[in-house]
Design a protein around this ligand. Structure first.
Ligand SMILES: N[C@@H](CCC(=O)N[C@@H](CS)C(=O)NCC(=O)O)C(=O)O
Length: 232
């Protein structure tokens, strides 16, 4: 059976959504990143980048969420435009890369600098917050003209966007006011959130008690770069 290595952060959760949408049986394997489990030799053999999600399915081992989405959707021939020469397939690839290289990293850094970085951080926070908003605005404008991200059907691109979009109030630090500025993204979040597959993920989210405290040990695993500062 497919082994799914996860925690409850945005990148694993979008893969969980696709697994549920496909109805694929899977074995969930929690990786508690605040306890440093992403650095265990067994997990590094699966993902040399020490991040979740990852999957192992027979002789297939994969990491990076959007690569996994594309692989599974292609394999199952669902939730993705299939003709490699089609305009829709080309669009799907562009948006998947946009989410992987723009939405994810800028949103993640925005959260880091807002909540975790030491002062002075105004310059870095301003840059990442600005870029996160800029990327989200690109999606908002696209969704103002289209029901779904690609073509006229729900696809892995919507799932990739949903993984991060549901957390926009936290990611952008703007709470409920977020949705006044991004009503189309709210529409996408609500539409996908109402699907039975998304609701089943709630069970996965509560199935394992991940470490909640961001104590000294957790900070060491999550922000290993700080060791260099401590050494001077
Ligand atoms: N490009 C990767 C990013 C994966 C990633 O950053 N995962 C986060 C959770 S969303 C993680 O494992 N964080 C733990 C850590 O950085 O140690 C993907 O899309 O899968």
């Amino acid at each position: 059976m497919l082994k799914f290595f996860y925690n409850t952060a945005p990148n694993p959760i979008k893969v969980a959504l696709l697994l549920e949408e496909l109805g694929l049986p899977y074995e969930p394997h929690p990786v508690d990143t605040r306890k440093g489990e992403q650095f265990s030799p067994a997990f590094v053999a699966i993902n040399p980048n020490s991040k979740v999600p990852a999957i192992v399915d027979g002789d297939v081992t994969m990491f990076d969420s959007n690569a996994i989405l594309l692989f599974l959707a292609d394999r199952e021939q669902r939730f993705v435009p299939r003709d490699p020469r089609s305009a829709e397939r080309a669009q799907a690839l562009s948006w998947l890369m946009f989410v992987a290289s723009g939405i994810g990293p800028f949103s993640g850094q925005s959260v880091h600098f807002r909540n975790a970085a030491p002062e002075p951080k105004e310059y870095a926070l301003n840059r990442y917050d600005f870029e996160a908003h800029r990327h989200w605005t690109v999606l908002e404008q696209h969704l103002a003209r289209h029901t779904w991200m690609v073509g006229d059907a729900y696809s892995i691109v919507d799932m990739a966007v949903w993984g991060w979009a549901r957390l926009m109030p936290y990611v952008l630090g703007t709470g409920d006011a977020t949705w006044e500025r991004y009503p189309q993204l709210k529409r996408l979040v609500d539409t996908i959130g109402a699907r039975p597959a998304a609701q089943r993920i709630e069970a996965l989210r509560t199935r394992h008690a991940f470490k909640a405290e961001m104590d000294e040990q957790a900070r060491k695993f999550m922000y290993p770069q700080n060791e260099r500062l401590a050494k001077g």
